[in-house]
Design a protein around this ligand. Structure first.
Ligand SMILES: C[S@@+](CC[C@H](N)C(=O)[O-])C[C@H]1O[C@@H](n2cnc3c(N)ncnc32)[C@H](O)[C@@H]1O
Length: 364
């Protein structure tokens, strides 16, 4: 099994994510062509982006201290503030817009993401960039309904107080976990989980919520680290990954759901038209906010390719269980490749043709 230091909860979680052909995955993917996972290809998928556009997925900010904000090149130091203003602006309409923009498909992706991880066994989960709590709620519901597990605990962490407060309001309004030890909220920066953040004063309408908290996340304290549609908003993706690696226990799992690059040229063309023609207008009509949704669309284009992101994960030390290399590493650790590893199917899982992608990494 794992090293002695690995907790049994991490081990069972990891066993779950390492299984390649879970019956539920087949059922879910075959029941919905929109969600059908496509095995990843060892070669980088082609970006649908034309070379004439100002786009080019850049895995990290330039050495000279510039980065991108959508299509704009900006000083790295400004990105956090600009992203903050986007999410403060969209916080109250975020859930409505998510459904409208994705035609509800984001729900299928998130459900699949959580099912694939199959969280259970009283584990400690850190849901980074937790926003309005979509992933946290699904994790707690999955553990409770599928495994009668009321011990698993999720800490929702977000850099944006408005988004975090929207999440708290929702957990209070819609769930049974409010005021239970199963859920906690932290203001924090994915790039710097080693430090706490300054707490802003509560705003009107939030007076009924408990005050926000912020504290350092300790080394090797987390069994499962999730980040859904959050990492592309971070300035230094490599720092996010390093911090994820630091806070995970040996045997812990890093799981990322993010927009990928579409593989099929026809779907890529349709998706591009929809993203750039329809989404900013929807933002304008439904949330009176074209600019924020224009940024969100552009930020998807600027995110690394599936292969680039997988490489970044491996660089910080994660083992990607679906790959042949991952399987070899697992065998080196004395783990049964068949039981623990994949059959070399790929380092990521594309959903809906690569519109969204799941990457999973293990800290051995
Ligand atoms: C698109 S939302 C995703 C929310 C949620 N995970 C979901 O799937 O619905 C992105 C979230 O990332 C947060 N975020 C952006 N940069 C961050 C950072 N550096 N650290 C933590 N959260 C961040 C934003 O505040 C926002 O709530």
């Amino acid at each position: 099994m794992f090293r002695a230091a690995a907790s049994s909860s991490s081990a069972s979680l990891r066993r779950s994510v390492l299984r390649q052909s879970q019956p539920w995955a087949r059922t879910l993917s075959s029941s919905s062509s929109l969600l059908r996972p496509t095995p990843s290809d060892p070669t980088p998928p082609k970006s649908p982006t034309p070379t004439s556009s100002p786009v080019g997925a850049s895995p990290k900010p330039d050495e000279d201290g510039t980065t991108h904000f959508g299509y704009r090149d900006i000083p790295s130091s400004s990105k956090e503030g600009l992203v903050a203003s986007v999410f403060s602006s969209v916080a109250s309409s975020y859930d409505l817009m998510n459904d409208a923009m994705s035609l509800g498909i984001h729900r299928l992706w998130k459900a699949h993401f959580v099912s694939k991880l199959d969280p259970r066994g009283g584990i400690n989960v850190l849901d980074v960039a937790g926003g309005t709590g979509d992933i946290a709620l699904r994790i707690l519901d999955h553990a409770r309904l599928k495994h009668i597990d009321r011990e698993t605990k999720v800490t929702m962490l977000d850099i944006n107080p408005e988004m975090l407060r929207e999440g708290m309001k929702r957990i209070k309004r819609e769930s049974m976990y409010w005021n239970t030890p199963q859920i906690d909220y932290q203001l924090g920066n994915a790039e710097a989980l080693h430090s706490s953040m300054e707490i802003p004063p509560p705003r009107k309408g939030h007076k009924t919520l408990p005050p926000l908290k912020s504290q350092r996340t300790e080394d090797e304290s987390v069994d499962l680290y999730t980040i859904a549609f959050g990492i592309r908003n971070c300035t230094h993706i490599d720092k996010v990954l390093e911090e994820a690696y630091r806070v995970l226990k040996p045997g812990g799992v890093f799981a990322c759901l993010e927009f990928g690059k579409v593989n099929n040229p026809l779907l890529a063309q349709i998706y591009k038209q929809y993203s750039f023609q329809v989404l900013p207008s929807l933002g304008h009509i439904l949330a009176s906010d074209r600019d924020s949704y224009q940024y969100l669309v552009e930020s998807i284009e600027r995110f690394p390719t599936q292969q680039q992101f997988a490489n970044m994960m491996k660089k910080v030390g994660f083992v990607l269980p679906g790959s042949e290399e991952g399987e070899r590493r697992l065998r080196q650790e004395g783990l049964d490749g068949e039981e623990w590893g994949g059959s070399g199917q790929g380092e990521w899982e594309d959903l809906t043709g690569g519109i969204a992608t799941i990457w999973i990494g293990c800290k051995l």
